[in-house]
Design a binder for this molecule. Structure first.
Ligand SMILES: Cc1cc2nc3c(=O)[nH]c(=O)nc-3n(C[C@H](O)[C@H](O)[C@H](O)COP(=O)(O)OP(=O)(O)OC[C@H]3O[C@@H](n4cnc5c(N)ncnc54)[C@H](O)[C@@H]3O)c2cc1C
Ligand code: SF4
Ligand code: SF4
Ligand code: SF4
Length: 387
């Protein structure tokens, strides 16, 4: 039997480039695809060949096999949500919330990333402003898509406004799946450096929780301000205790230095205007130098506007806006740039993930001092002795 480019074996033919967007799963008319985690915790499609009819739809919608070409931005702006309480709970300047508020006021549906009861990150949807609050704040872990693209299409077909937010590869996956424009669809991608493995996330979470039940998690605590690349993670436990990472934690460094991230991020086909999103929203790092009048240390968003629809919406949002230079912003924000190669220890990090506590692995590979090399060497030796 002929098999299309994507389904040549029981798993995706292009494991190292598959971004896990799940467009193939959403498109399959026979429901014969499942997203399965590999040893490193990254999901890939797996097919049940007994029910696959080789229709080729999964291949057609794959944004990695058929990436969009680059779109030129119309404008770039600095944006601040006018409500300071909203900004406090947002990672950057609260641009996402302003968009969500607009769509909810039009009786629309908002899709975004939230935690489930096991602290997995999943794309979910809501039509209430209370529900939108669960999507506020960046969660630096790859989210499960489930059948969100199908659900979004259902609402669009009913004639409702839909705001779909996610990482660029997820927006690209949605757009490939839909394969047509909908007037009432607004898409906003997060600027994306790369995304860490859910397995690393859970392993890190276990090592800091030490059996305590978690009440809430904030990756971007702003108690000490936002300016100058503040990335403080706070984990609140039900017993009243909390874990606070240093401003730039090893968990975040693992992402920024491409140690813990999905291999496909190094060959990303969706960032930098290639997802077909209406908006791209990120942290306006460097605003303190470039536009100090838009920096009050509470968070400023950088927003890249790609479509006329997005441009027309700007004046209806509850935000303060100023034009910005994307070229200047790029100098302060590596996530706005091209994809990056993986960390030289990426493979070995994942090889030891189940054997050595994540906190120690992160320390070893991010701070490769001689003392540390010796310390880890000793741990590995002990591990081998007792295995
Ligand atoms: C993995 C990841 C990497 C990022 N890398 C950069 C970067 O390098 N540079 C930069 O400037 N900005 C980056 N961002 C974006 C930034 O952290 C903020 O999310 C963005 O600026 C929006 O902030 P906000 O204040 O408008 O709203 P917030 O309330 O902070 O926005 C939340 C929005 O992010 C979405 N979201 C949160 N977590 C996830 C997730 N795991 N998967 C998909 N969508 C998610 C929600 O659905 C919602 O739309 C990244 C975000 C993520 C999730
Ligand atoms: S070829 Fe068709 S039936 Fe088979 S997995 Fe792909 S979409 Fe499903
Ligand atoms: S559609 Fe997405 S999940 Fe499916 S193979 Fe392509 S990149 Fe991977
Ligand atoms: S870098 Fe690209 S492939 Fe990786 S999560 Fe971001 S958008 Fe997806």
């Amino acid at each position: 039997m002929r098999r299309n480019k994507l389904i040549q074996t029981t798993s995706c033919h292009a494991d190292s480039v598959c971004c896990g967007c799940a467009a193939c799963l959403n498109a399959c008319p026979k429901q014969c695809l499942k997203m399965i985690s590999n040893d490193d915790g990254f999901v890939h499609p797996s097919v049940d060949l007994t029910t696959c009819v080789d229709c080729g739809l999964c291949e057609k919608v794959c944004p990695v096999l058929y990436p969009f070409s680059e779109t030129e931005p119309i404008i770039t702006i600095a944006a601040i949500n006018k409500d300071n309480e909203v900004r406090k709970k947002s990672s950057s300047g609260g641009f996402f919330y302003a968009l969500a508020e607009l769509v909810i006021s039009r009786n629309g549906v908002v899709f975004g990333a939230s935690f489930d009861e096991h602290w997995n990150v999943c794309i979910d949807h809501t039509d209430s402003i209370e529900g939108v609050k669960r999507f506020q704040g960046a969660k630096y872990v790859q989210a499960e898509i489930g059948n969100s693209y199908i659900q979004a299409r259902t609402y669009l077909k009913e004639g409702r406004w839909v705001l779909f937010t996610g990482l660029p590869c997820q927006i690209s996956g949605l757009k490939h799946f839909l394969n047509k424009d909908y007037e009432k669809l607004i898409t906003a991608e997060c600027v994306c450096h790369s995304v860490p493995s859910p397995k690393v996330w859970h392993s890190f979470l276990n090592s800091v929780s030490k059996g305590r039940s978690i009440k809430n998690i904030n990756f971007r605590n702003k108690d000490k301000g936002w300016s100058n690349y503040s990335y403080q993670m706070v984990i609140f436990f039900k017993n009243g205790e909390s874990f606070k990472s240093p401003s730039s934690s090893d968990y975040m460094q693992g992402m920024v230095r491409n140690l813990t991230v999905r291999p496909s991020c190094a060959k990303c086909t969706a960032k930098n205007g290639r997802s077909n999103a209406d908006f791209s929203m990120g942290d306006y790092w460097g605003v303190w130098d470039l536009m100090p009048e838009m920096d009050d240390n509470k968070g400023t968003s950088i927003v890249i506007v790609f479509t006329k629809k997005a441009l027309d919406l700007l004046s209806t949002l509850n935000i303060k806006v100023k034009h910005a230079s994307l070229d200047e912003a790029r100098k302060y924000n590596i996530g706005l740039d091209r994809p990056f190669p993986l960390h030289k220890n990426h493979k070995v990090f994942f090889r030891y993930l189940e054997k050595i506590p994540t906190k120690i692995l992160l320390l070893k590979y991010l701070h490769e001092t001689n003392e540390f090399k010796m310390f880890i060497h000793l741990i590995l030796k002990l591990f081998k002795m007792f295995k």
